[in-house]
Design a protein around this ligand. Sequence first.
Ligand code: PHE
Length: 450
Amino acid sequence: MAAVRGEFSSKFGFILAASGSAVGLGNIWGFPTQAASNGGAAFLLVYLILAFALAYPVLMAELIIGRHAKSNAVNALRLISNSKVSYLIGSITGFVGIITASLILSFYALVAGWMLSYILAPIAELLGQQWAADWLTDFGLYRNIIFLLIFMTLTVTIISGGVKDGIEKWSTRLMPALLGLLLLLIVYVLFQDGAMEGVKAYLLPDFSRVVDTKLIVSALGQAFFSLSLGVGTMLVYGSYISQKENLSYLGKMVTLVDIGIAVMAGMLIIPAMYVAQANGVQIFDAAGQLISEDTLIFTVLPALFDTMGTVGIFISFAFFVLMGIAALTSSISMLEVPVAYAVENHGIDRKRAAQVIGLVIATISVIIAFNFEALFGLTIRATTRFSQPVLGLMLCVFAGWIWHRNKMLEEIKQGYAEVESGFFWKIWPSYIRYFCPIAIIVVFAQRVLS
Ligand code: PHE
């Protein structure tokens, strides 16, 4: 019944897979648009602090618990529980994580589908098929459904391949491509007229905004979403790390890659907006705010590409391929959460599990597509603003209060024998016990109250 558990073949394989999960639409779309509407570099600064001070410690908790249990979140939290009550709470936390990951995937697939259709639009244009290009870029129900199904099929296919031949293989192919494309686009955009004004807006902080609670709340939400925290993704990926590896090093690398790519994406998107302005595209709304979110990606940037002539067609293609890759390496990590549970707890064959669960999630996506106005924003808010921080808090409680400290130490010592003399072990245990839960509660309360 129980299948042999997969394992990442190397440090490098894990780092690329986990940063593939972390680096997603959250980095390339979410981060720059939030920075654009929250005071540019002020947001960047707060984000950097919160990512290292709050998100990294929670990521470490997931990796350590996951590798120790060598199982999905439900089993892992049960394993480290110390009473009937904590066993029950652990089970609930694990299940809520599975549901949250699946719901995140249901809206993510819809958005990722738009990226796929925008990849094809410039090709249709090159072939002189303007009607097809228009259909691909118009917000239509059929287009939405067709492309979300294509995207889910890709996700299911990769996850069916397992840890080494699915997740790791595709992450190690796609992540270097993502980095290459991103660098290429940045260099191109920075040489256009108007770009420097964007660089200034992005890198010169408006310090008066740094203490703005709305900004802090958004930055924390962004950091948690971006590092794929709370829902059990990193815990499951952690469960596939070999006992030989140093977890504190791996966690640091993933955090650095995630933050680095977000910061680079800002260097692409914000200057691109100012280039668009220099080309006559409107980038401020009626209230004088920088246009952000979907209007930025699907209106401002395409308008910019249009002003660039034939080069614009290639740039547009490259940009949406970049978005598509970012989305795919993240979506596989979301699907892995319920699939790992189905395989490990119910003995279901991996391929079967991926197909059936993929179908259920695709059905939810289709329902969202049909009721877009009512359900899209609601699903995003419920999962990312509510569920993720609460789950993050529960993980801190398990790592800081429930799991026995010595057992945790034993686990980290594997692959890092001298951990006790390092900086990490001096700070992290009390940090995850006191600072992280309190900070999450404070920020969460702010969010609920406002
Ligand atoms: N980190 C991904 C992004 O930035 C989103 C994600 C959330 C992935 C939760 C997995 C789990 O887009």
